[in-house]
Design a protein around this ligand. Structure first.
Ligand SMILES: [Zn+2]
Length: 386
């Protein structure tokens, strides 16, 4: 029996919904890979087989016969993959449910992407490190997905040798768990290498207007990383949320948290050193301060009306709120404590707030930030930002 032809309008729908690419591997199917000639290389594959027969792959599904040649039951695939999913050995793996899910996810994604205007691009930068031996999943697709879902931008990974975009990988540096001066220095250099050379190059070519930052590393490095991000472009900062295990900012309906600053009870206008405690995800007590900091005037930023906890910064607007309180404090110090040389920072903060601290700091007008690291319940100096 000859195979029935699929209606033209259904064919057209599948090609458009798939964006002209294989829905399994993403290969562009309107151009040859060897000759770059115009070809129509894709094939339409039935999810539920065309015939209700065991000979038709996945054909025994209850889907009515008159719905089997519709776009909803068809996937655009490369020839090789079409062949493979229809082989007996694949049928248990490439089930109707799995194929439908892949098709739906891919088509939703393409529809979102093609709705975005060209200026909605964002350059994705990933800082991939460890925190006490732990790593998190932070691949290109994970970052891309968060960007598209959270702010209706499309991700760009330009200009790198492997098409990975701007990736600062700190995982090869040893002794992270006992992080000492060598570790901090190696990581700083690696951050500089990528940001100054690669990103600098892109900036000179004027190809960066908006940056999306994804970071996971020890806190002092997050602050340093933030401090190295240029002011000439807009930055969105992402973090992995513990409550959802996702990098997407939760929906904007999230309640806004505000922050308050506690200043020292008495004025110290001519002091050269001050302490800043950022008690956002936890509370650092005065008793935990290193001895040499105990007598210094101390400022504290904490959430208003709630106890510090890991999920305090759960919306982008709460992060904005934190940013403006921090900015406000630094400009007050600049105005009222002109002799202050160093601000010693001890922070219990989520990733996004740490990157923000580095970003808000302006080396030209603010005191040097001395960032402390907590290891074995003791705070020690990790690095300085000046
Ligand atoms: Zn393919």
């Amino acid at each position: 029996m000859a195979r029935k032809a699929i209606p033209e309008v259904e064919r057209l729908k599948v090609w458009v919904r798939a964006g002209g690419r294989c829905e399994l591997c993403g290969t562009y199917l309107l151009e040859g890979r060897l000759t770059y000639q115009d070809f129509t290389l894709g094939e339409l594959a039935h999810i539920v087989g065309q015939e209700a027969s065991v000979k038709s792959p996945r054909g025994m599904d209850p889907l009515p016969k008159d719905e089997r040649d519709l776009a909803d039951n068809l996937m655009l695939l490369c020839r090789g993959e079409h062949n493979e999913i229809d082989r007996k050995g694949s049928l248990d793996v490439m089930t109707v449910e799995r194929l439908r899910r892949i098709k739906r996810d891919r088509e939703e994604w393409i529809r979102r992407l093609t709705a975005l205007r060209p200026e909605a691009g964002t350059v994705v930068i990933r800082l991939i490190g460890q925190v006490r031996g732990q790593e998190v999943e932070l691949t290109k697709p994970t970052a891309a997905d968060a960007v598209i879902r959270s702010e209706e931008r499309f991700p760009e990974f330009p200009l790198s040798l492997h098409g990975d975009g701007f990736e600062v990988d700190l995982r090869r540096f040893l002794h992270e768990e006992t992080a000492g001066p060598t570790y901090w220095e190696q990581c700083k250099q690696q951050i500089d290498r990528v940001l100054e050379h690669k990103l600098g190059e892109a900036l000179r070519e004027d190809s960066v207007h908006h940056v999306s930052v994804f970071a996971f590393a020890r806190l002092p490095l997050l602050v340093y990383f933030g401090s190295r991000l240029d002011d000439t472009f807009t930055v969105s900062i992402y973090q992995r949320h513990r409550s959802t295990e996702s990098w997407c900012w939760p929906d904007l309906g999230e309640a806004l948290t505000r922050f308050v600053t506690e200043a020292p009870p008495t004025q110290h206008p001519d002091v050269r050193d001050g302490v800043l405690l950022l008690n956002i995800s936890g509370s650092i007590q005065a008793a935990e301060l290193p001895e040499q900091l105990a007598g210094l005037p101390r400022w504290t930023i904490r959430p208003q009306g709630i106890t510090p906890s890991v999920d305090v910064i759960k919306s982008a607007s709460t992060l904005d709120e934190f940013t403006s309180v921090l900015r406000q404090l630094l400009s007050e110090l600049e105005a009222s404590h002109k002799d202050m040389q160093r601000l010693h920072v001890l922070a219990a903060v989520p990733v996004s707030a740490a990157v923000t601290l580095g970003r808000v700091h302006d080396a030209n007008v603010h005191p040097t930030l001395v960032i402390y690291d907590r290891t074995d319940n003791r705070y020690t100096t990790a690095l300085e930002i000046s």
